[in-house]
Structures are given as C-alpha cells and as structure tokens.
Design a protein around this ligand. Structure first.
Ligand code: SIN
Length: 517
C-alpha cells in the first residue's frame, strides 16, 4: 500500500510537519517512523528554549537578525534569517494553542538570555523546554486517525530510481528495519520527509542521545542528495561528564545567562580575556576558550561557578540540573560544576530550499538534518527549535500542494522490489560493531573536533576509509542489524564531513583549523 507521506524521525520538526499535514487534510495517509519510542531524540533534551523577539521596548526583529548573522560568521543566508525571525511569533502562538506552556513573570514571558544574543529573548519552560514540547506534540499527533506511528524502526535506505529502475529521479519512500522482528520492510510513499536529527554520536562526548547517528544524513548521502556545511559541527561549551560512566549531561547556556561564570583550575575567570562578551560570547568562541584552557592546565575540565545564582533560582528555573547535580554529589549553588565542551549540533546537512525541499524530488528534510542557511557557520543558541517550527510549517504547505502535481501511479510502486539480502546466514558479531563505532568516535574526537589541523584531517580520512571498507564487508556478508545500520551511516557521514573539512581553507564560526590561524 502506498502512503501519501512518510516522515522519518519524530522530534519537533517531524511531528510539527505531520500535525499540520494531518490536520489540513484528514484524507491523507501518513506513516511516522521513530527509532526508539516516539519521544526519544534530541528535542526531548533541549533545555534552553526558543528564540523569539517579545520585548519590543528593548528588542527588535532587526537585532535578532543581526545576532543570528553575527553568530553565523558571514555564512548565513540572510533571506532565510529574515523570514525565520519574522515568522517566529506566529509559530510560537501555534505551539501554545496546541498546549505548550512557557514560563511567565507577571503575565509576560520570563525571557532568558544565552550566548550571542544581545537581548533577552529565550522563551522557555524551566530547563525542560524540549521535553515539554515533545510531549505536547506527541499527544497531538496521536489524536489523528490518519497517522500511523511505527516505533523501534530504523531507516536503512531511501528508495530511489536506483531501486525502481525508473528515470524519474525521485524518492519513493524508504526501506526500514523493524528492530523487534529483525526484518526490513519497504514503505512506499509519494512524499518522504527526513527529520532524523544530527549525528552527535560521531564523537566520544556528545550532548545528544545515542540515537543521533545521522541515519537520514547517511541515507541521503548514499542516494546522492546534495549535502552541505557538514564540517560546521557545533560543540556546546558546558556539558557535565559523569565520572563513573562518562555519560554527558547538558548544562544549558541559560545558566551562564543567569550569571554563572567559567573558571580554570586556579579558579580564575578566563573568558573575558578572550572576548569582551565573556561567558555570553557565541558558542564557538566559548567552546574554543574552554578547550584551550583545558589543554593548558592539568585538569581535563573547567569549572562552571553558579554561586551568584540563589538556591531558590536554581530550584525554580533549573530544577533538572539542580537535581542531577545533587545526584552526583554537586550541591548548588555552593559547589562549582566541572564542565567540558561536547558535540551538540550539526549546522549543516541535507541542502534544502526555502520550503525544505531537497535536491531529490519527493524528498524533504526538516530540523537538524537539514541545511537551510539559517545557521551559517555557527548556530545562534535557541534558534534550532525555531528553525524546526518555521521550516516544518513551510514544508507542510509545500508538500500538500505538491501532492496535487502529477505523481507516479499506485501500480508503479508495485514494481519496487522488497529488500534483498535478508537471507544471509551469518549473524553480525555485535562486539565488532561496538569496537568500530568507538574507534570512529576516537578518530573524530581527536582529529575532527574543536581544533583541527591539515595533517590530522588527512590522517582521519585514511583511518575512516579503513573503517568504511570494513563496514562494507560486514554489510555485504551479514544480516543487517540496527547497530550495523547506524555504523554504516556514521562512517559515511564521518567520511564526507572529513572530506568537506579539507576543502575549507579559512576559519569560520565553529570551523577552526590551527594551520590557518
Ligand atoms: C542550551 O540550552 O544551552 C542549548 C540550547 C541550544 O542548543 O540552542
């Protein structure tokens, strides 16, 4: 059966898109794919909020535009920046109508401030903005009878002309693996939407959940879809690394917005020596400042000193951070928090136009897996949820229109073959996949991280290529598993990212090659 629309990924962008389409036309059939349960993904972990101009006495659309362009370091598409910032309030109102609530003080939004913002404009719900939005969207999307949700399914490959033998050059859906049944199913669709997020898991330390393995990016790359700006990987300056299991927990920039200071192991403040904006300089500058400090001192972390924030404020505005720190023996506000930079956000991805359409007909990309031109070389804090809302809206409108255009007939899809290769007798050795994944993360962290060098990138390319060849052999000889699917995507994206990084010849935003200083 051919679906009208297949949405792969169920974070803020995928769900917003699905809700809009399902609401607009109840006759359309939508299938949503989620790699774990519907709520698991980057959106749930977004602490900061949504950047929206609210206080017109101090703030303005122009200021938000300028802050976005400055953070993006000359690489943003200014037309995109303008419409995203202008459309922000409309999208926020809609989210509120759907049930999302944001913190208020005396009937006005309690606006926060984060790195790179010249005014307070972050609308948030405590330190759990993403979780709250995710739950609201999940509840809403489940109310539509025309939406089918498949949890625990992973994208394997997009279906393109290569599979259909047609010359039309479009996307016809996707092959996905059911983790429970361990079988690969074909889902044919007139329109396919990638909302699969980024690939923070390419790095040893990431604020992203483990599901962020760049599945949509890997599949799009294999389908020869245009991709750009992949080397603009943003590291969040302040992540708390658990001493026992090395798990990473994000400490939102809003904490620095509320007055927390960064100190080295001699307890000296160091950011003001690097940038006059100090702790609230754009994220790339703060992350590099911390990393450099770590390289120059004995301890492999710096301190985030939140003693200027009262205990009441910690508990009220940052309850999750307060509780998590306490569980690790860090008692706020007295104790400083040990923090490190961690891979956080892919500014680049599948290149899309202003309606989120990719270079492959029938394929849209929304959210972190897309490259819209908004972020340039460095995303401004709290612009990602905003981008997801604005582009999901535009994609939904465009998509509904495009379903009226001439499309392949239903009987065309019957010719698309089932997935081949499920009859391999050999079962993958899970330990091999784990070791290769760790080796890849080690290479990316050491050579393609915050500080890069020409030689380091070359070395990374060679070693990634070796892993790529090994993964190809595993893929060709074994029954496909979720873990192997992820590794295949990760290694493809690591390779492309490292290749693109060698083509960049000047430092810009988050991209920093020490040989170009
Ligand atoms: C944060 O709260 O610091 C992260 C928000 C974002 O990535 O924009």
């Amino acid at each position: 059966m051919v679906k009208d629309i297949l949405v792969i990924g169920t974070g803020i962008s995928g769900l917003t898109f699905a809700i809009k389409v399902a609401e607009e036309n109840p006759k359309l059939s939508l299938t949503l794919i989620s790699k774990m349960d519907i709520n698991e993904g980057n959106t749930k972990y977004a602490q900061g909020g949504i950047a929206v101009v609210q206080n017109l006495k101090k703030d303005s659309i122009e200021k938000h535009i300028q802050d976005t362009l400055d953070a993006g370091d000359g690489a943003c598409d200014s037309e995109v920046v303008k419409f995203v910032v202008e459309e922000a309030n409309e999208r926020l109102d809609e989210l509120i109508q759907w049930g999302a609530a944001f913190d208020k003080k005396k009937e006005q939004f309690d606006l926060g401030i984060e790195g790179g913002h010249s005014e307070k404009r972050i609308v948030h719900y405590k330190d759990q903005t993403g979780k709250q939005i995710q739950e609201v969207l999940t509840a809403k999307v489940k109310s539509f009878p025309n939406v089918i949700i498949l949890e625990n399914h992973t994208l394997v490959d997009l279906i393109t002309d290569h599979h259909s033998k047609s010359k039309m050059k479009r996307c016809y859906g996707a092959y996905v693996i059911s983790q429970e049944k361990e079988e690969i199913i074909k889902i044919c669709a007139k329109i396919t939407v990638l909302s699969t997020g980024g690939a923070g898991s390419l790095y040893a330390y990431s604020t992203n959940p483990i599901v962020a393995t760049g599945d949509g990016l890997g599949a799009a790359y294999r389908a020869k879809v245009q991709m750009d700006c992949l080397p603009f990987v943003q590291f969040h300056p302040t992540a708390l690394r658990d001493k026992i299991d090395n798990n990473i927990f994000l400490i939102t920039e809003a904490v620095r917005g509320a007055g927390a200071k960064l100190r080295n192991n001699l307890l000296e403040q160091f950011m003001l020596k690097i940038d006059p904006r100090g702790e609230l300089a754009p994220r790339d500058i703060v992350a590099r400042g911390i990393q450099k400090q770590i390289q120059e001192q004995d301890d492999n972390f710096v301190w985030l000193d939140g003693s200027e924030i009262s205990k009441e404020q910690w508990k009220l505005n940052f309850p999750m951070i307060y509780k998590t720190c306490k569980s690790m023996g860090i008692f706020l506000p007295e104790d400083p928090i040990p923090v490190v930079p961690a891979a956080h956000y892919f500014c680049g991805g599948v290149k899309v136009n202003k309606n989120s359409e990719s270079s492959l007909k029938g394929l849209y990309a929304v959210g972190e897996c897309s490259s819209t031109g908004l972020h340039g070389a460095n995303r401004l804090a709290s612009n990602s949820l905003l981008e997801a809302l604005v582009f999901a809206h535009r994609a939904a409108i465009d998509c509904i229109k495009s379903l009226y255009e001439p499309l392949p007939q239903n009987n065309f899809y019957i010719k698309i073959p089932e997935w081949k290769g499920d009859d391999y007798s050999k079962n993958i050795i899970i330990e091999n996949v784990k070791l290769l994944r760790e080796e890849l993360q080690e290479i990316m962290t050491n050579y393609v991280g915050i500080f890069k060098t020409v030689d380091g990138l070359k070395r990374a390319e060679l070693r990634i290529n070796d892993i790529y060849l090994t993964v190809q052999i595993l893929y060709n000889q074994n029954k496909l598993t979720n873990g192997l699917c992820e590794l295949r995507n990760m290694v493809s994206i690591a390779y492309l990212l490292t290749k693109q990084a060698q083509e960049i010849k000047e430092n810009k935003g988050v991209f920093y090659n020490q040989n170009y200083v």
